[in-house]
Design a binder for this molecule. Structure first.
Ligand code: 2PG
Ligand code: MG
Length: 415
């Protein structure tokens, strides 16, 4: 099937801010759409977005991005037979070149994702299936969700608690359906508890409640209380933290501002060790800042006996080169995969291959500024990610993704 037309346009994300959508029209008259997500705690090693600047829409308009797609990408793709991988390889080459600034990571990723969706559509197969076959992987499985129930850091207005995301991990469930029921139960119990304790029920960017306590420990205690109240055994849920530590790192003084105190890398790692002694935390994302490389090797070594996923996000920025460096420096054992960090799905495939080769655990992740697009879910299943991060079970841009994952589990049950 041929690509007859590519249209890019401005749509709005969950924060009411503009983002780029790409529609691909095929020569049978059908079309598909993909929409670029955006981050709030954006790492410095991500492919930069192209935005309009100026006063309007906080300077986040995407007219320039749309123009760049028209001028640079449309001529490469229109009128050609759809071949997502080969076409995306061309986009990946642009992403690696100085031209990437002229198009922006946001423009590239919208077109890149739309190419896979269009190709899958032209073959009448599910997107996850197409991605899986492109990667040549054998078995499918449904990734374990990491559900964000309390938000802190830059994902809240006050940023009173340093940790960005308190995640619950329903390890006791035997399948996704059971895990989601249990999680929804805990979310209800948490809401009741917040009411009783007269905590604000304002939600953060990803749909979890704004952290009621400045101290990390106290927030975990509240979640534990909700789990008990919902009637789940204490082994049913494990915990994860996305600390997003780059946000409170002082790179000149090499200190972290943790709960009002300036502390060193080693002191922060000691705080994590204390939390790990007290709670069943099995997942620690961006525990240190994106350029604290020595600190990361120390962290990974110090916690190595603890059976914990040490996860790079801002540190690795989904880039094959940075993940390779992190492996070499023994900085991590797990990696976040976000398509827009590298600008193309093809670029992310390269990182996936590296993770497979070195047995690095993969976590596919949404961004804080999302839309109804569920591409990341299909990517996670197709790439055989062990975990998936989709935010809280609140707000339609998050639920669209949980519901897509439930649909895929149902499809598998019928195979
Ligand atoms: C993260 C993400 C998603 P953001 O840090 O992992 O949860 O947040 O999109 O703001 O970078
Ligand atoms: Mg993160």
């Amino acid at each position: 099937m041929k690509i007859s037309r590519i249209v890019s346009r401005s749509v709005y994300d969950c924060c009411g801010l503009p983002t780029v959508a790409c529609d691909i029209f095929l020569d049978d008259g059908s079309h598909v759409t993909a929409v670029a997500p955006s981050g709030t705690s954006v790492g410095s090693f991500e492919l930069p977005e192209l935005r309009d600047g100026g006063q309007q829409l906080r300077g986040l308009g995407v007219k320039k991005t749309i123009k760049a797609i028209e001028e640079n990408l449309k001529p490469l793709l229109e009128g050609k037979n759809i071949d997502a991988l080969a076409m995306d390889a061309q986009l990946a080459a642009l992403a690696q070149s100085s031209d990437s600034k002229a198009i922006g990571g946001n423009g590239l990723i919208a077109v890149s994702m739309a190419l896979y969706r269009a190709h899958a559509h032209s073959l009448s197969i599910e997107l996850f299936h197409f991605i899986h076959s492109v990667l040549g992987f054998e078995n499918f499985s449904i990734p374990m969700p990491l559900i964000n129930v309390i938000n802190g850091g830059s994902h809240t207005a006050d940023g009173v608690c340093p940790v960005q995301e308190f995640l619950i991990i329903p390890v006791g469930g035997k399948n996704l359906t059971e895990r989601i029921v249990a999680t929804a139960d805990v979310c209800c119990a948490l809401e009741d508890l917040f009411k009783e304790k007269k905590y604000s029920r304002v939600r953060g960017l990803e749909g979890g409640f704004v952290a009621p306590c400045a101290h990390v420990r106290e927030n975990i205690v509240v979640i534990q209380e909700a789990i008990a109240r919902a009637g789940y055994d204490k082994h049913f849920f494990a915990f994860g933290l996305d600390v997003a530590a780059t946000q409170f790192f002082d790179s000149e003084q090499k200190t972290y501002l943790w709960q009002g105190q300036k502390i060193t890398t080693k002191q922060l790692v000691a705080k994590y060790a204390e939390l790990l002694d007290e709670f069943p935390i099995i997942y620690l994302e961006d525990g240190l800042a994106e350029d604290d490389w020595d600190g990361w090797s120390y962290l990974n070594d110090a916690l190595s006996s603890r059976d914990i996923f040490i996860v790079g996000d801002d540190l690795t920025a989904s880039s094959m080169e940075r993940v390779a460096y992190a492996i070499k420096h023994k900085a991590i054992n797990s990696v976040i995969l976000k398509p827009n960090q590298v600008g193309t799905v093809y670029g992310l495939f390269e990182t996936v291959s590296l993770c497979k080769e070195f047995d690095v655990t993969m976590i596919s992740s949404h961004r804080s500024r999302e839309t109804e697009d569920t591409f990341i879910v299909d990517f996670a299943v197709g790439a055989t990610s062990r975990f998936i991060k989709l935010g809280g079970m609140y707000h339609s841009e998050r639920l669209a993704k949980y519901n897509r994952l439930l649909f895929i589990e149902r499809l598998f049950a019928q195979l």
